[in-house]
Ligand binder design. Structure first.
Ligand code: NAD
Length: 416
């Protein structure tokens, strides 16, 4: 297939590979290739200057055979229905791989939140929630944060949903502030999962974690926390980057210091004692573990041959194209795919939902212990299958995820 790919062509190609391996019949493949429901809405808001603006929004609900839909909401100028559809599909497989009782969904609004005031973002979020009201909820579809939405956005969703319902419904959304039912450990959960997967992969390769060199692309929520957790486990962080540039230090960076520098200057660039590198160079650095934690389509057939890392643990969604996957597998790079590596985020969302439904609040130790158990179990399930199938880890993860969803749909049957 052509290498000029979108998130949706990549997701479709991955499903095709898994369906073939699972020998799914044509109708099951067709069912899984398309979302169960896609909602398109026009979100009208009053701007601060009194004028009315209208934004395109959508919520794609892919499949819910294993439980309520679950997935983030993204505010970004590049949001399209196709991109959100791909992300919803990945959520379905991800929840199944880590074996939590959810289906997959994703939502988004095509807007530039950096150019909007807090008041405008609040009105946008509340209006969007009201438009989705009949289709979301604790047992239907539970949103969460994604790119450029955060705990505050989730608080506005919870409040709007609760006001319309008539009573407080904290379990209608996850990723909330702790003061209104958020879970301990949520901020670091995705990153903890990414690093736990890298640690388990290192065991397979006989690679010592202490002193293992790590490069992190994207020093945002996932990348920065992954760098801190890996550093605390004894790894040496040799490079990091963000949208403004990258830094390299063969003797090791202190990610806590890099974080403070970024908080002051807005970027990791020009951190003291480091050399500057481009994002492209960072991906091709000599290192043991590479953590792509920025964007989609970063590792492609153009650079896969130059990748020197032994382990890649995908923090971002969709950073590697299928062609690059094949090339890396041939080079014996152990790549832990997004639907496994970054599933710690949705797993901790699931823990938040369970705590809300049972009106409990767990300690951070309890959350992290449960998270680690789930991640290690999922990692072992997938790696066992990869060994049996002699496949790469992504294909095995897709077989586990797609297989569990197909089995659930078969068991439920198609009504009427
Ligand atoms: P974020 O906005 O906090 O961080 C993204 C980082 O990537 C920023 O530092 C940004 O400067 C950097 N970046 C942007 N363009 C770049 C480029 N061209 N090169 C290098 N860096 C660049 O977002 P996040 O929450 O950390 O999410 C990152 C990725 O992880 C996304 O793909 C997201 O879908 C995925 N993810 C996030 C979570 C979560 O819990 N936050 C869970 C699962 C998956």
């Amino acid at each position: 297939m052509p290498e000029k790919q979108t998130a949706l062509t990549v997701a479709q190609e991955q499903l095709r590979i898994a369906s073939e391996k699972l020998e799914l019949d044509h109708s099951m493949h067709e069912l899984l290739a398309h979302p169960k429901r896609s909602l398109i809405v026009s979100v009208a808001i009053k701007r601060d200057d009194g004028k009315t603006a209208v934004f395109k929004g959508c919520r794609v609900q892919h499949w819910d055979a294993r439980g309520p839909f679950k997935g983030g909401i993204r505010y970004h100028p590049n949001v399209t229905l196709d991109e959100v559809t791909a992300l919803a599909m990945w959520m379905t497989w991800k929840c199944a791989v880590v074996n939590i009782p959810y289906g997959g969904a994703k939502g988004g609004i095509t807007c530039n939140p950096k150019e909007m005031s807090k008041g405008e973002l609040e009105r946008l979020t509340r209006r969007f929630t009201s438009l989705l009201y009949d289709f979301i909820g604790p047992h239907r579809d539970v949103p969460a944060p994604d790119v450029y939405t955060d705990a505050q956005t989730m608080a506005w969703i919870m409040d709007t949903y609760s006001q319309i319902t008539g009573y407080s419904v904290p379990e209608c959304v996850t990723g909330k502030p702790i003061s209104i039912g958020g879970s301990e450990g949520r901020e670091q959960a995705t990153s903890l999962g990414v690093v736990v997967c890298a640690r388990e992969a290192a065991k397979i390769l006989g690679l010592k974690l202490k002193g293992a060199t790590v490069a992190v692309q994207g020093f945002g929520n996932v990348g920065m926390n992954a760098a801190k957790i890996a550093y605390d486990m004894g790894c040496k962080i040799v490079a990091a980057s963000d949208s403004m540039g990258g830094i390299h230090s063969p003797s090791g960076l202190n990610p806590y210091g890099v974080y403070e520098h970024k908080a002051k200057t807005g970027s990791v660039a020009e951190y003291k004692g480091s050399k500057s590198i481009t994002n492209e160079e960072l991906l091709e650095l000599k290192c043991d573990i590479l953590i792509p934690a920025a964007l989609e389509n970063q590792i492609t057939k153009a650079n896969a041959d130059n990748i020197k890392a032994k382990i890649i643990s995908e923090g971002a969604n969709g950073p590697t194209t299928p062609e690059a996957d094949r090339m890396l597998h041939e080079k014996d790079v152990l790549l832990i795919p997004d639907i496994l590596a970054n599933s710690g985020g949705v797993t901790s969302s699931y823990f938040e939902w369970v705590q809300n439904l049972t009106r409990e609040h767990w300690t951070v130790e309890e959350v992290n212990r449960k998270l680690e158990d789930k991640m290690v179990q999922a990692f072992n399930d997938v790696c066992k299958l990869a060994k049996k199938e002699k496949s790469d880890v992504r294909t095995a993860a897709l077989i586990v995820g797609v297989g569990r969803v197909a089995e659930a749909i078969k068991t439920l049957g198609i009504w009427p």
